[in-house]
Write a protein that binds this ligand. Structure first.
Ligand code: 13P
Ligand code: ZN
Length: 275
């Protein structure tokens, strides 16, 4: 099968375009990666090169040895993915040590995978372990309202989780484990990858202060839906704070406990503190 005919590739392209339409991907902002299933890699094998040069990932991901990923290219614009996926995307293979990658398909006009490859792969490694292989998608977006909030809320997991839960009743059901926050760091390297993947052991979402968000999920729908839900909640909070600085009424800790029972989710008590 041709790469562009594969269902997972079409789902990936659609998600890039959906993110662009949300306004989360100015210029080359944001990146997306998908850990391919064995049968998916097999199905497009006819188009995968095996003579690409091995290059350093910049970190070590031994548990991802031999895996194939579909990723966005560095400097590529999400708005162009749908028009020319072979220019914007790449399939990369990880070597048997988990230290190098090589390009097997895509980036036909040159280039390299996203500069956030260390963060993507370290997050994939953590989430693959934590979910018994279920999570396959890691998504980084420059979500406007979440970024705005990182200037006015304390950069604490408890505060972001609680404030965003309060803004929409469904939020604690969509992200019951909460959200992690990384203070400002230089993007694109190993240090921010280590900090983010540490949070991903506990959460499916991590916020990068003054930069954006990372989300992890099983498939494109769930991962996009998670990003969308968190960002929409942030939008409501920005609107609320623009109208007045305090709430006249809100969802209180006991409401969350009642919701948890009916919706069969466990909500950690550390997010249900008295204010
Ligand atoms: P890339 O173009 O290298 O993917 O970088 C975009 C980005 O959002 C960096 O954090
Ligand atoms: Zn970014």
């Amino acid at each position: 099968m041709k790469v562009l005919e594969a269902k997972f590739v079409q789902g990936f392209i659609r998600m890039c375009n959906d993110g662009w339409e949300q306004g989360w991907h100015e210029r080359n902002g944001g990146n997306l990666s998908y850990r391919m299933k064995k049968e998916e890699a097999e199905s497009v094998k006819e188009e995968l090169k095996t003579d690409g040069e091995w290059k350093a990932i910049g970190t070590s991901v031994p548990k991802l040895a031999g895996e194939y990923f579909l990723v966005t290219g560095s400097g590529k614009y999400f708005r162009n993915v749908i028009l020319d996926p072979e220019d914007s995307l790449a399939i990369v293979e990880i070597d048997e040590k988990g230290e190098d990658y090589r390009i097997c398909w895509g980036l036909v006009n040159g280039g390299r995978p996203t500069s956030e490859l260390p963060s993507h792969l370290m997050n994939h490694e953590v989430k693959m372990q934590a979910t018994g292989g279920k999570h396959r998608v890691i998504y980084h977006a420059h979500t406007t309202n979440v970024i705005a909030l990182t200037f006015v809320l304390p950069l604490e997991d408890e505060v972001f989780t609680r404030e965003l839960w309060e803004m929409a009743t469904e939020c604690p059901v969509v992200f019951p484990d909460g959200i992690g926050v990384v203070g400002w760091m230089v993007p694109g390297g190993r240090d921010i990858a280590v900090a983010t993947s540490e949070l991903m052991k506990k959460y499916d979402v991590a916020i990068w202060a003054h930069h954006g968000m990372f989300a992890s999920g099983e498939d494109f729908d769930l991962t996009f839906g998670l990003m969308h839900t968190v960002e929409k909640s942030a939008e409501i909070l920005v609107k609320m704070l623009s109208m007045r600085s305090d709430k006249l009424q809100t969802i209180i800790p006991q409401n969350f406990r009642d919701l948890a029972v009916d919706f069969k989710v466990t909500l950690p008590e550390r997010f249900l503190y008295e204010k």
